[in-house]
Design a binder for this molecule. Structure first.
Ligand code: EPZ
Length: 416
């Protein structure tokens, strides 16, 4: 298992490019299943999760070609609308093939993702929506088995805001008979990026980005080329890494426009942010002020940035109160940060973080993707060396992580 070694104390400065958004690319790659024509995607990040999904699509019969950040998919020869447990257990976002497979083939067998470190993460809303559109859905032997001659447009109200639930149902509705209305829809920018891609493929969608999305089913979708949006969570992660080291960095190929809640908190913490057309620059003070936050669906503060902010609060001036309202178990980074000397008390879904003057380097273990990012941020400012184990979690969501950090002056190296 790979480990990451970080020597704390370097002040990050300089410029790096941000990659395409993992959580936009995943549903967008699945959208290729909706058409018999080849579809090309650019700015696709080189991440393990993306590679896993491309393997799954190939197993179904999709022809995959990849050249740097350009991926072309041809789903004309799909003959196996099944996503096996072996594939899905390693990447729960595989559930995103369910909607497109049912819409195009009238049948799909997709393994239940099962829980993951941060929570149970059921897919009952995905199933409820497909049933509303006329699919006969059974959950048996750990698989979701959906069948329907043809999906029918329906009015769907999801019990809670679900990002991939909204995405799955929006994709399914593209080829249904009639109009589908998704109420209480997720408003995340990645949902909008998927909608833009589907429209380029001939879908008729309005309202994406709001909480009511209308989709008029069409007979078929066609080929298109779509550029994946920048990764706002990768952007936020590097902004936090720069902020905690008193740094001055410029991130290119991205923008601050999908990160208002995060930018606001970084400014409250004392950072100066300059938003350019396709770049964002951050200058940090010597020490940050503690900032409290509460995660919630977009446009509120994103749960995927909660762990990173716990790390910067660990050495900030004052005490921060962090409330996690999306996932039931997303504080596992707290115990690892405590090993580095952080003063954190957990009470249910609330964490009280009292800033300390210095953290001490230690060996810590990554548990999930964003928790791993928070350990890196803490390691950048901890005294001495921090070793982060199980960094395969990081490789799922951060492209060329150590080379980007090193380009900003961090003393980091990977031990295989
Ligand atoms: C997406 O997960 C992201 N993943 C997650 O990013 C992100 O943390 C999450 O949205 C919230 O923003 C991708 O886009 C691939 P949800 P998703 O459905 O869609 C409950 C990362 O680090 N729920 O919005 O799985 C669920 O348990 C990952 O990149 C149901 O109960 O999240 C959770 O508590 C981590 N039933 C809440 O809703 C359902 O059918 C929000 O989940 C669906 C969801």
């Amino acid at each position: 298992m790979d480990k990451l070694l970080i020597e704390g104390g370097a002040r990050l400065s300089g410029e790096i490019a941000i990659s395409g958004a993992k959580n936009a690319a995943l549903p967008i790659l699945c959208a290729a299943l909706l058409t018999t024509e080849p579809v090309t995607f650019t700015n696709v990040p080189r991440l393990n999760d993306i590679a896993t999904l491309l393997r799954l699509l190939e197993q179904m019969g999709v022809k995959v070609s990849r050249e740097a950040d350009v991926v072309t998919l041809d789903a004309s020869g799909v003959d196996n609308p099944v996503a096996s447990y072996e594939m899905v257990k390693t990447m729960r976002a595989s559930i995103l093939v369910l909607g497109p497979l049912v819409a195009r083939f009238g049948e799909a067998r997709v393994s239940l993702p099962g829980g993951c470190a941060i929570g149970a993460r059921p897919v009952d809303q995905h199933i409820k929506g497909l049933q509303a559109m006329g699919a006969d859905v059974k959950v048996e032997h750990g698989y979701v088995h959906a069948k329907v001659p043809k999906l029918k447009g329906a009015r769907i109200f999801t019990d809670m805001v679900t990002v991939t639930g909204t995405e799955n149902l929006m994709m399914a509705a593209c080829l249904a008979d009639g109009e589908t209305v998704i109420e209480n829809a997720a408003r995340e920018p990645e949902v909008v990026d998927l909608a833009n891609c589907l429209v380029a493929m001939g879908a008729r969608i309005s309202g994406a980005g709001g909480d009511v999305i209308r989709i008029q089913g069409v007979a078929a979708l066609h080929s298109a080329t779509h550029r994946v949006m920048p990764d706002r969570i990768e952007t936020g992660t590097y902004l936090c890494a720069a902020a905690v080291t008193g740094g001055d960095v410029r991130l290119t190929g991205t923008s601050a426009s999908y990160l208002d809640a995060v930018i606001d908190k970084l400014m409250d913490a004392g950072c100066e942010i300059v938003a350019e057309r396709d770049a964002v620059r951050l200058k940090a003070p010597a020490r940050l002020n503690a900032v409290s936050l509460r995660t919630a669906p977009y446009p509120a503060f994103p749960t995927d940035m909660q762990a990173q902010f716990m790390a910067i609060n660990a050495v900030a001036e004052g005490t921060a109160v962090i409330r996690e309202t999306i996932f039931e178990n997303r504080f596992m980074h707290a115990v690892e940060l405590q090993r580095l000397g952080a003063d954190i008390k957990i009470d249910g879904n609330t964490a009280f973080v009292k800033g300390v003057a210095r953290l001490q380097g230690a060996t810590v273990m990554a548990t999930d993707l964003r928790a791993s990012a928070s350990l890196i941020i803490a390691g950048l400012v901890a005294e001495g060396e921090t070793t982060i184990e199980r960094i395969y979690h990081l490789d799922r969501g951060y492209e060329k992580l150590e080379s980007k950090l090193a380009a900003l002056g961090a003393k980091v190296r990977r031990l295989s």
